[in-house]
Design a protein around this ligand. Structure first.
Ligand code: PEP
Length: 256
């Protein structure tokens, strides 16, 4: 089986000004050594306003930490006041960009076709989309979570080639587990992550499915990360709240 490098991505959400962001990235670097950063890919996802500071800190100290943005416009540069384009982000050195986070789906009414357009825009700007999917509590209680997540996946990957899908990152984030302290059990995480990989295999082929990285997200902490990472189809974690604490996020990145 191919070795998928574990990925720990810290979603800072709408937190920290650029001074605070600079301090957090320095603190994080201080707590992780080169060997750890080689074994586990570590990525931070600051707000747009802190990307330049994070870039300067990472490039200046040659830190082995990646970074990316939390959203992008699906459109090319033009008359879209307040939006940020893919080329702007890739020029700032972003390797990753979150697409379709449940908070954007809920508060900005992002639907599957917009999420698909953003995935395409990210790939078009040579960034790796971290595509978020996940069910709400109502869907889980009706036991429709696997179907729901696979439907979101199909819609978001519409029109992509197997080579493109092989590069992307999918994050399974049950909405009821985000910021609530309620973590899915490792078996819950595996059930959906396994189904996602099977769906990718069916649509894009086995070799694509073996390459695509699938993360779990939802109240991941240093105390529960190892059990989640032990699942065969979980390749990493998307971490919200706990990624704002350098010591805690460093512990999460040192899970093995
Ligand atoms: C997230 O926002 O992607 C997330 C998983 O948040 P938290 O870890 O705080 O639940």
């Amino acid at each position: 089986a191919p070795v998928r490098r574990p990925l720990m991505a810290g979603n800072w959400k709408m937190n920290l000004n650029h001074f605070e962001a600079n301090k957090l990235i320095q603190d994080l670097a201080f707590r992780l050594n080169v060997q750890q950063l080689t074994e586990v890919e570590t990525v931070v996802l600051p707000p747009f306003t802190s990307l330049r500071s994070v870039q300067t800190a990472i490039e200046g100290d040659k830190l082995l930490i990646g970074y990316g943005a939390q959203d992008l416009s699906p459109y090319p540069p033009g008359a879209y006041t307040g939006d940020i384009s893919g080329p702007m982000l890739s020029k700032l050195g972003c390797q990753y960009v979150v697409v379709g986070h449940s908070e954007r789906r809920a508060y900005h009414h992002e639907d599957d076709s917009l999420v698909n357009a953003k995935v395409v825009a990210a790939l078009g700007s040579e960034m790796t989309p971290i595509l978020c999917i996940g069910e709400g509590l109502d869907v889980r209680e009706e036991s429709r979570h696997v179907v729901h997540c696979c439907d979101q996946l199909d819609a978001a990957l519409q029109g992509l080639t197997p080579e493109q899908v092989a590069q992307i990152v999918v994050a399974y984030e049950p909405v009821w587990a985000i910021g609530t302290g309620k973590t899915a059990t490792p078996e819950n995480a595996q059930e959906v992550c396994g189904a996602v990989r099977e769906r990718v295999a069916k649509t894009f082929g086995n070799s694509t499915a073996e390459q695509v990285r699938i993360l779990y997200g939802g109240s991941v902490k240093s105390s529960n990360v190892a059990a989640i990472m032990a699942q065969p189809d979980v390749d990493g974690a998307l971490v919200g709240g706990a990624s704002l604490d350098a010591e805690e996020f460093a512990k999460i990145c040192r899970f093995p």
